[in-house]
Every structure is written in C-alpha cells, then in structure tokens.
Design a protein around this ligand. Structure first.
Ligand SMILES: Nc1ncnc2c1ncn2[C@@H]1O[C@H](COP(=O)(O)OP(=O)(O)O)[C@@H](O)[C@H]1O
Ligand SMILES: [Mg+2]
Length: 305
C-alpha cells in the first residue's frame, strides 16, 4: 500500500500485512508528521489527501450553561485517550473546570500559551496516558481583553497559538464557556467540527436555534466549521417530556443527533474525586453512554466492545 504524507508529500510503500489491525495513526519517517491512516478499500495514495484535517479539531459548545459541555469534553477526551489516540483537551472557560474534573491542580495553561509567557511545552500538563490538558481559568479574562485590543485578526488568536502545538495530537477537544464572547468566536475560527450538548431536562431547543444563528454568522467567514453532532444529555427515561424533546430534535436534525447521554448521578459525583467516569464508575450508564459517543466520533463501532 502506498501512503503519501499530507505534510511533506513523501510517498511511503508499506506492507499492509505488517500494520497492526488496531493502528489508526501513521507517522511520517521523513518529517515526523502524524496523520490518520486510511487503508483497505481506501488505500490508494490520493485518498490520503482527502482525509479529514489532522489533527481533528472538535469544539464542544452551546451558549447555554449547565448542559453537559465540560462533562462531555472531559469524558470524550479521556475516552479517546483510552482508545489509544493522543488527545489535547483545551479549556477556554474562565471557570477552569476541566482541570478540576481531571484532578489537576495546574497553575498554568492556555493563557500562558497565548501570551507566550511560557514555552508551549510548559503550558501543557499530561493528565493521563495519552491525554494532555491546556487548562483554562480566571486568567483567560486577560486573553479576552488582548483579543479585543487587536485592530484586526483578533478572531485568529487561538488558532495561531494552538497551531504551534497541535501536531503532536490526533484530537484537539475544546471546551467552551457559556455565553458568546471573543473566546467563543476564536474557538469557532479554530475547530472544524462541533458537538453541541442539548439538555433534555429543560427546554433548550431555543438555545440551540440561537446558537445556530450565531454559528452561521461565523460560517460566512469560515465555512470549514460545521455542527456535526448534537448530543442530547440528561435523558431521564422515567419522565415523559424529555422523550418528546428528543423526538422533536430527531425530526428537526435527523442524523446529527447522537445516542443520548442518560441522566446519571455518577457523572455528577465523579468530579469531586478528580476522576473520569471510566475511572469512577466504569459500569455506570454514564460510562456506557460516553463510550458510545467515543465510538461515534472515532468512527470505530468496535471500540471497547
Ligand atoms: N448526564 C448527566 N447526568 C447527571 N449529571 C450530569 C450529567 N452531565 C453533567 N452532569 C452534571 O451537571 C452539571 C453541569 O454539567 P457541566 O458539564 O458542567 O455543564 P456545562 O459545562 O455545560 O456548564 C455538573 O454538576 C455535572 O456534573
Ligand atoms: Mg462548563
């Protein structure tokens, strides 16, 4: 099989039988660039060029708070890491919850990367095997001011900072704050894919519609960013109303709707222990549902089975 490195364009001849069945990522021997490996029926060299951008940049976002954004960002990132991918979790929220959920007490993070106060490698902490964290927190308020002060190109601040570090990872997962601010816009100018959690507990359809309006105003300038996944959260099968909201979502958005994350008290307990749901309650509904999400996002239906 022939594989062309998307970065340096060097052509490599690889004996396909020697590639382990679980291998998902290749590294170019010439330039060191890592990229997703496509094989079997798609093994023609030109197909490698049509692979998704590398790494996959995924934002978890919706203007509303309390819908499960941070829970999803952390458990999606940790699940992909368990599956063997190298994952960078970026927290763009001033609350800095992602570090807390992973039991990390880091004092540095995204702010120091963006301002260049510290060398990039000192701003990123390894939180688990295959999982790295670029923490958020209160200091991000300064970044918002920095973005506001720029005469032009402010919306590309995050992109410029992350481009320098992203090549080491297979996935960059970006958690966002509630609301719409300069950093949210920056996230939309960086990521290519979006996951939007929608809480079925309360009627958040209105929030989704408003978010889609704001998103389309960004898409005019950056067509690469798309809402690929709508993730219903807080599904409680004992209550009738959430089912009705879920059915309505499916009518409106069809294939974008992922298998819902059920209401699961374990998901709300895990953060206090600094553990992911796979560590805290591996057999819980929360763990099973987030594994399903990892299968969906990675496109590998056999993961963890
Ligand atoms: N599926 C769920 N079942 C029960 N509690 C959840 C679930 N998802 C999230 N939670 C809890 O709900 C609260 C809000 O979730 P969070 O992920 O912080 O939302 P956001 O980041 O959108 O504000 C947190 O206390 C979290 O632990
Ligand atoms: Mg949050």
């Amino acid at each position: 099989m022939k594989v062309i490195c998307p970065q340096c364009k060097k052509e490599h001849s690889i004996d396909e039988s020697k590639i382990p069945a679980t291998a998902k990522v290749a590294q170019c021997k010439a330039c060191g660039y890592r990229f997703f490996l496509q094989r079997a029926k798609h093994s023609e060299p030109e197909d490698q060029a049509s692979l998704p951008a590398y790494p996959r940049r995924i934002g978890v976002t919706l203007s509303k708070g309390g819908v499960g954004k941070t829970t999803t960002s952390v458990n999606l990132a940790a699940g992909l890491a368990l599956a063997g991918f190298k994952v960078l979790l970026v927290d763009t929220d001033t609350q800095g919850q992602a570090a807390y959920l992973l039991g990390q007490k880091t004092q540095v993070g995204l702010t120091e990367l963006v301002t260049g106060e510290l060398p990039a490698e000192e701003t990123i902490v390894q939180a688990r095997e295959n999982l790295w964290l670029l923490a958020g927190g209160r200091s991000l308020a300064g970044i918002k001011r920095l973005i506001d002060r720029k005469d032009f190109g402010g919306e590309l601040t995050l992109l410029e900072a992350l481009e320098s570090v992203e090549k080491h990872y297979d996935y960059v997962i970006v958690d966002t704050s509630p609301g719409w601010d300069p950093l949210t816009v920056n996230v939309l100018f960086y990521v290519n894919e979006l996951i939007t959690p929608v809480s079925l507990e309360v009627m958040t359809l209105q929030g989704l519609v408003e978010f889609l309006k704001s998103l389309s105003s960004v898409q005019k300038y950056r067509s690469e960013v798309a809402l690929n996944y709508i993730l219903p959260t807080f599904l409680d099968n004992r209550v009738k109303n959430p089912r009705a909201i879920l059915d309505r979502l499916k009518e409106l958005y069809g294939d974008l709707i992922c298998t819902p994350i059920r209401y699961n008290v374990r998901l709300s307990e895990a953060p206090a222990y600094g553990k992911t749901i796979y560590e805290y309650a591996p057999g819980s509904h929360g763990s099973l549902d987030y594994r399903e999400l990892v299968r969906k996002i990675s496109g590998n239906p056999k993961l963890f089975l």
